[in-house]
Design a protein around this ligand. Structure first.
Ligand code: ACO
Length: 298
């Protein structure tokens, strides 16, 4: 198609992406990430009370991807379900996990963010096909005497739903005579989404800090949703953060939707940049519109 590496790198910051093979389903990738999270947490599958999977790329309406991951890992948790909140899925799943722990419903919650939206873009649409990569990230949230989650903010604006949309393919009686599934691809009015994302994320990070009664200079790292380097830079500027305090994985992974925040968190931790006791601001924004942030003491 008519595009260039220069255009993609300058407008998005993306240099490389990872594309899942047909057998690398959401459950397949999610299981790998979840196994690594359990290992990092030093926990056995039997310690997990709930599995929450943030995804819009699952193979089935049911069984959910969370149930498939639980089965693959031998997790016999009483609770397993998916959360569909596009690129903000991890923030929504995180909030649910936090509240389940707070109310005593669970001690350890496995949260997986996984998507393969590269498969959802029409390969003739240069405005979307260059953006999305596939992947999975996971973490375990556990009960503790010390507060680890200092503030959470979730929000939505359904009136903007048409700007970023991924319809399900239709089948059988849902298809009108002569109707096809040719339009069942991801649609995004990129420049409008961009403007909203910058404004919304600027307010989100300020509000999340305010909720925790914390100032920008107490923040150690921003772990942002990886949609566009220009959006990430604008958010960092709002927080007066140097880019060395921002975890960026977009250059190598593209936009992995619900996987992007946990993948960035994982990379920051495994590189030794994020240390125990650091204050992290996780944020994400996606189709719906939906968005969310969490201020976390790691
Ligand atoms: N290669 C070359 N030219 C292109 C390409 C391409 N791949 N794509 C678009 N263009 C052209 C356009 O047609 C347009 O041409 P025109 O001026 O002749 O009309 C020109 O480039 C500028 O297009 P814009 O859409 O205005 O480009 P913009 O600078 O806004 O960058 C982008 C596009 C990268 C998509 C940006 O808008 C963006 O990142 N948007 C936000 C993405 C986001 O945050 N999504 C939310 C999460 S995703 C989710 O929830 C699933």
């Amino acid at each position: 198609m008519e595009t260039s590496d220069t255009w993609i790198v300058e407008r998005t910051g993306i240099h490389e992406r990872r594309i899942a093979a047909p057998y690398e389903t959401a459950a397949f990738m999610g299981t790998k990430a979840a196994a690594q999270a359990l290992e990092a947490a030093g926990l056995e599958p039997s310690s997990i009370d709930a599995v929450i999977c943030a995804t819009t790329s699952g193979q089935n309406a049911f069984p959910s991807t969370a149930c498939e991951i639980a089965l693959a890992l031998g997790i016999k948790a009483p609770i397993a379900f998916d959360v569909a909140a596009a690129c903000a899925g991890f923030s929504y799943a995180y909030s649910l996990a936090h509240n389940m722990i707070l109310c005593g419903q669970a001690q350890h919650v496995l949260i997986v963010g996984v998507d393969s939206l590269s498969h959802a873009c029409a390969n003739t649409d240069r405005t979307t096909i260059i953006l999305f990569g596939d992947g999975a990230g996971a973490c375990v949230l556990g009960a503790s005497e010390e507060p680890g989650t200092l503030a959470i903010k979730l929000s939505s604006d359904p009136s903007r739903g048409d700007l970023l949309k991924l319809p399900f393919p239709k089948r059988g009686q849902d298809l009108a005579p002569g109707e096809t599934n040719d339009g069942a691809y991801l649609y995004m009015k990129g420049n409008d989404v961009f403007k909203h994302a910058v404004t919304i994320l600027a307010s989100l990070v300020k509000d999340t800090l305010q909720e925790a009664g914390m100032s920008e200079d107490e923040l150690d790292f921003l772990v942002p949703h990886q949609a566009n380097l220009r959006i990430i830079t604008a958010t960092a500027r709002k927080l007066k953060l140097d880019m060395s305090q921002v975890i960026v994985t977009l250059d190598k992974q593209g936009n992995t939707s619900a996987a992007s925040v946990p993948l960035a968190l994982d990379e920051g931790i495994r590189q030794g940049r994020i240390q125990r006791g650091h204050n992290l601001l996780l944020e994400s924004f996606g189709g719906g519109f939906v968005w969310g942030g969490a201020l976390v003491r790691y």
